[in-house]
Design a protein. Structure first.
Length: 362
């Protein structure tokens, strides 16, 4: 099949899980990824032959950092998106027909569902939440979100089926729903190999992972950590201040030179400090890495992800004040002695992804 895979540019979670799916499908199908996410990022995460086209069909949530939503800016961006929706849909219908696309996957721009429907193509939405569910939570803060809830609900209803991922909201706009299983990145290398290549030594290591937006004003001036612990961050992110004070910054090009992936690092550390998002939570569950998690502000998937963290991983809640001041010593000491829950969850293999999604699309 020739498949168009529409991927949101909001955060890294949609892109990283879509790369896992795209890589699995590309072994047997002709896959186009349509997304505003940089092609270099997608190709570094999906070691497969896929085609790429840049297009933006959703807004997500506008945020100055990974933990603070900007409601007025988000509403303004949504108003513009709704005004341009007819033009965007027409553009996509023309492209879908010109490329003779046979099936559409959506994660999760709802306009892609409309374009597929108008082009006479079946569309499957693959996600753990839809934007109408997210914006519904914001109506009490800004009534103007109610317009987007109604509009996007009707747009998602044009999809043929929902492929439901774990830690999901209701997503009731899509009538037919099928449970897919957990899509996550899995480390390729043994923990000892990764730590040796990175020179991490024998001490305990915490990985700071706050997505593409970073900590912003929540970044501390210094970090108070226990003896025997160190903190690392891959890449560093715009908006973080003084993050390198007490933190080893690892440039992405070093991972390339050492033939390591971000997931290899995540699986080799002793804990991840993060705000809950599907990508980081599913990766930690799949690779059995303990989590120190912080509140990320109002987001409908947050309590569902926290439930998953508590169900499958040793975990400690790290409040915003402790994060802002860098007082993480107590939390890191707690995670050392935290017990593993009885339950676990494995990520789908590439073959399972290919077979399950392929059968549904066919």
């Amino acid at each position: 099949m020739r498949i168009a895979y529409y991927v949101s540019g909001h955060g890294f979670g949609h892109a990283t899980r879509s790369c896992v799916v795209a890589a699995a499908l590309a072994a047997e199908h002709d896959v186009w990824i349509v997304s505003p996410v940089a092609e270099t990022f997608l190709r570094s995460n999906a070691k497969a032959a896929f085609q790429y086209r840049s297009a933006t069909l959703d807004v997500g949530v506008i945020q100055p950092d990974s933990m603070t939503p900007d409601f007025p800016a988000t509403v303004t961006a949504l108003d513009l998106l709704h005004r341009r929706s007819r033009h965007l849909v027409d553009q996509e219908v023309g492209w879908l027909r010109a490329l003779r696309i046979e099936r559409v996957l959506v994660d999760i721009p709802p306009l892609a569902c409309v374009a597929a429907s108008e082009a006479g193509i079946q569309a499957a939405v693959l996600t753990n939440f839809t934007w109408d569910d997210i914006y519904r939570e914001y109506v009490t803060s800004m009534e103007r979100f109610e317009v987007s809830v109604g509009v996007m609900g009707s747009q998602y209803a044009r999809a043929s089926v929902l492929l439901r991922l774990p830690f999901g909201t209701g997503m009731e706009a899509i009538r037919e729903q099928k449970t897919l299983g957990m899509v996550a990145r899995v480390a390729r290398l043994d923990r000892s190999v990764v730590r040796a290549r990175m020179g991490l030594g024998q001490g305990r290591v915490g990985l700071l992972s706050y997505g593409g937006l970073g900590l912003g004003n929540h970044a501390p001036d210094r970090w108070n950590i226990p003896p025997g612990w160190s903190l690392i961050s891959v890449g560093g992110v715009p908006g973080d201040r003084n993050l390198d004070d007490g933190v080893r910054m690892i440039p992405p090009e070093l991972l390339t030179r050492l033939d390591l992936s971000y997931t290899d690092i995540l699986a080799a550390v002793d804990a991840v400090l993060t705000k809950p998002g599907y990508g980081i939570v599913s990766d930690c569950v799949a690779n059995r890495t303990p989590v120190l998690y912080s509140d990320r502000g109002p987001f409908a998937e947050y309590p569902l992800l926290v439930e998953g963290i508590r169900r499958f991983l040793p975990n400690v809640f790290l409040n915003r004040e402790a994060l802002r001041t860098g007082e993480v010593r107590g939390a890191l000491e707690q995670i050392e002695g935290a017990a593993w829950p009885a339950e676990s969850m494995k990520a789908l293999t590439p073959r399972e992804i290919r077979d399950r999604i392929g059968a549904i699309l066919a």
